[in-house]
Design a protein around this ligand. Structure first.
Ligand code: ADP
Ligand code: MG
Length: 294
């Protein structure tokens, strides 16, 4: 079992605190990370990889302090950056082979089998001899994901991996990650909140550098549902005025009425009733509560 313990990680840029005393223990399975832009998600992954050094705090893996710059740690982790740079002139196959050689995989046949197997799982086989610069955005993104997985790392750090992917390809990547997640510790920064609900056993929510929530998606829905209400507004009523008074989480339309979900801690509305939120609504209302508490 992998276990990654993060203790009091703090990172500042001049006086700006980007990560504020973050502590957590992670283990196997897919842990989703979400938070508004600038909340420190990518910074946390860069610190785990050793690309950035924290101002304070430490990390341990299976009980041993991590030296993030060591070769020993490097070979255990696979990392997909938010803006991956690839070797444009190589083919996808050559690139993955090159990375395995760098990871000291000496046996050509075992490299070949490993690359072919991963390419097949990711539906990249028919593109393996394309030069990377000639691939579409989605295909490049899959090569970038493959780059993070090819050397069979135990700890996999993925910064918005499904950006650029269409629904089918996204599902394929989800399924592959779920397949390997029993033996791997996977940290997955998500872009769309609802993407994480079926994928992740645990989610971490960041806001302004603080870890605001850690737990399963259902528990967050349970916690936030006592605040979230629904009103039905006939289309013929002027909604604009009502809109200004409410902290709206979601608006849907059914026949001749609008179904509005809102956070009732800011303002209530006559005739509204409590309603079970989606994960995305629960997430937004948690971020709103961080605004109230300030
Ligand atoms: P996220 O991935 O959650 O969108 P990041 O971790 O990329 O957020 O960034 C967190 C904050 O750190 C942002 O406000 C960003 O502007 C700031 N930041 C990142 N890199 C630097 C840097 N080199 N110098 C100053 N501020 C930075
Ligand atoms: Mg980011």
């Amino acid at each position: 079992m992998n276990e990654l313990k993060i203790t009091s990680i703090t990172k500042k840029y001049e006086s700006k605190i980007v990560l504020n005393d973050v502590s957590t223990i992670l283990s196997n399975g897919i842990t989703g990370i979400i938070g508004p832009n600038g909340s420190g998600k990518s910074t946390l992954l860069k610190i785990i990889t050793g690309l950035l050094t924290p101002d304070y705090g430490s990390m341990s893996y299976k009980g041993n302090t991590i030296n993030p710059q060591s070769m020993e740690w490097r070979v255990k982790i696979g990392y997909l950056p938010q803006d991956p740079g690839l070797y444009e002139r190589m083919t996808a196959y050559e690139y993955l082979d090159y990375l395995l050689i760098l990871s000291k995989w000496k046996n050509k046949q075992s490299r070949n089998e490993t690359i072919n197997e991963l390419m097949e799982k990711m539906n990249l086989t028919s593109f393996e001899n394309y030069t990377i610069k000639d691939l579409s955005g989605g295909m490049r993104q899959k090569v970038a994901i493959a780059q993070a997985l090819i050397h069979n790392p135990s700890v996999i750090l993925l910064d918005e991996p499904t950006n650029n992917l269409d629904t089918e390809e996204r599902t394929r990547i989800h399924n592959y990650l779920l397949e390997i997640s029993k033996e791997k510790l996977i940290l997955f920064i998500g872009h769309i909140v609802d993407e994480l609900s079926s994928l992740c056993s645990t989610i971490l929510i960041f806001d302004k550098g603080k870890l605001m929530y850690k737990g399963n998606p259902e528990k967050l829905i349970e916690i936030q549902k006592e605040f979230i209400k629904e009103i039905k507004i006939p289309l013929k009523i002027n909604f604009q005025k009502i809109k200004e008074t409410l902290k709206i989480l979601n608006i849907g339309q059914r026949e001749d009425e609008l179904i509005v979900h809102f956070d009732s801690r800011f303002n209530d509305y006559p005739g509204s009733s409590f309603s079970k939120p989606t994960l995305s609504e629960a997430y937004q209302s948690l971020i709103f509560s961080n605004q109230i508490n300030r």
